[in-house]
Design a protein around this ligand. Structure first.
Ligand SMILES: Cc1ncc(COP(=O)(O)O)c(C=O)c1O
Length: 389
């Protein structure tokens, strides 16, 4: 049986991982500045996280949501504490798309409306409504197309205000990433997020903060939207929540009330996923990883800022992006092949950095010196690598 071929892959087999490092089957060590796509929050195979999962596995891995699962409440309590939103309510599911799907559905149950405002370059996942509010027609199947998805220009306050003034009574929700990830590390301005809050209040629409990639402490605050000083009605989260264990959730403001069976999932909130997610929050707290993300992120940012060949540097904490010019088009590939450093990308010409929140300054320096070296080689126009991944 063949694998269904949907991912263009690098010819590398990673067999071991620790902290901000991974190793391939030939024993080569790599610095992981990509965090396995923003998923590795507390560091690969963190010993506390491994132990917590092992201990839970010995007890019970799964039972359905038809019984009491006290570790769910423990997770909710810890999340309320670490995220600073103690009066919110937690619904657990399994992936980022599923979190957004549930958030959008819940918003529509809440106010009985259908129109969802999303923004240019937004990415919210690949399931039906999540992909419908994603600004990439090539991944929207005909069956996902809906006139309920309204796309407005990102960070354009006039366009948003105007839309609400004309159609506010029909708006169910506004969904926005605090920093767009797949779209290329585009930071939502604080005044834009504040306007969303104001208009959602005025028109009884639901403010959904997609924190799947930019959340969980990556930017130095638990939710990147927190920089704007306003609360969203629903936060969606996944990636960093389990440090690689599949778990996701939505954090729901107290004015949105639950009803039996309005949301549900078989696997969401299982014992094992909760143990993994709880371990992540405990480590974030114990090791001050949000402060570390801010500190090491600020350091990386200020050092990259000094490299004049890299353009349009942006981001917050350990979510950083910059543009590469055509002469540096091989930069990402060469960092991987020659220097054994994983980075992320966004089409057409953006390099994305999404390392573990536990990245040290020394790890950052390894990356920076390889970056400087490779840029100077590429700028001098030395021959390209023969071997291409
Ligand atoms: C902002 C954002 N929302 C949603 C998703 C979808 O998450 P998942 O792939 O877990 O379904 C992603 C994934 O990259 C994302 O970056």
């Amino acid at each position: 049986m063949k694998l269904f071929d949907v991912y263009p892959i690098n010819d590398i087999n990673i067999v071991k991982a620790k902290g901000s490092y991974v190793w391939d089957d030939k024993g080569n060590e790599y610095v992981d500045m990509y965090g396995g796509h923003a998923v590795i929050s507390i560091g690969h195979t963190h010993p506390y996280w491994v132990k917590r999962i092992e201990e839970q596995l010995e007890q019970i891995a799964f039972y359905s949501n038809s019984i009491k699962i006290p570790i769910q409440q423990k997770l909710a309590d810890k999340l309320g504490e670490v995220s600073g939103k103690k009066d919110y309510q937690l619904f657990l599911c399994n992936s980022g798309a599923e979190a957004n799907e549930n958030a959008l559905k819940l918003a529509s149950f809440y106010n009985g409306r259908k129109k969802i405002i999303s923004f240019s370059k937004a990415f919210h996942g690949r399931t039906s409504l999540a992909v419908a509010v994603t600004d990439n027609p090539s991944i929207v199947a005909p069956v996902n197309e809906t006139e309920n998805a309204i796309f407005l220009p990102f960070n354009d306050k006039g366009a948003l205000q105007n839309y609400f003034e004309k159609n506010g009574d029909t708006v169910c929700a506004v969904i926005i990433e605090g920093i767009q990830g797949v779209g290329g590390i585009n930071v939502a301005s604080e005044s834009f997020l504040q306007l969303i809050r104001k208009l959602c209040n005025e028109y009884n629409a639901v403010f959904i903060a997609d924190s799947v990639q930019c959340g969980y402490g990556r930017t130095g605050k638990f939710y990147s939207h927190d920089y704007a000083g306003v609360d969203a009605d629903i936060y969606t989260m996944a990636k960093g929540m389990g440090n690689g264990f599949p778990v996701a959730g939505i954090s729901i403001a107290p004015h949105i009330h639950s009803k039996y069976f309005m949301l549900g999932t078989t696997f969401g909130g299982n014992h094992l996923a909760c143990a993994a997610a709880l371990a992540v929050l405990e480590v974030i707290e114990k090791e001050n990883l949000m402060s570390n993300a801010k500190e090491v992120g600020d350091y990386l940012f200020s050092e990259i800022e000094r490299i004049s060949e890299l353009k349009n540097l942006r981001g917050k904490g350990l979510m950083i992006g910059f543009d590469v010019t055509p002469e540096l088009k091989d930069l990402k590939k060469n960092l991987l092949i020659k220097h054994h450093i994983f980075t992320g990308e966004a089409k057409p010409n953006v390099i994305r950095l999404l390392p573990s929140l536990a990245l040290t300054k020394a790890d950052a320096d390894k990356f920076l010196s390889a970056l400087r070296e490779e840029i100077s080689i590429l700028v001098k126009g030395l021959p390209a690598l023969e071997k291409v991944i």
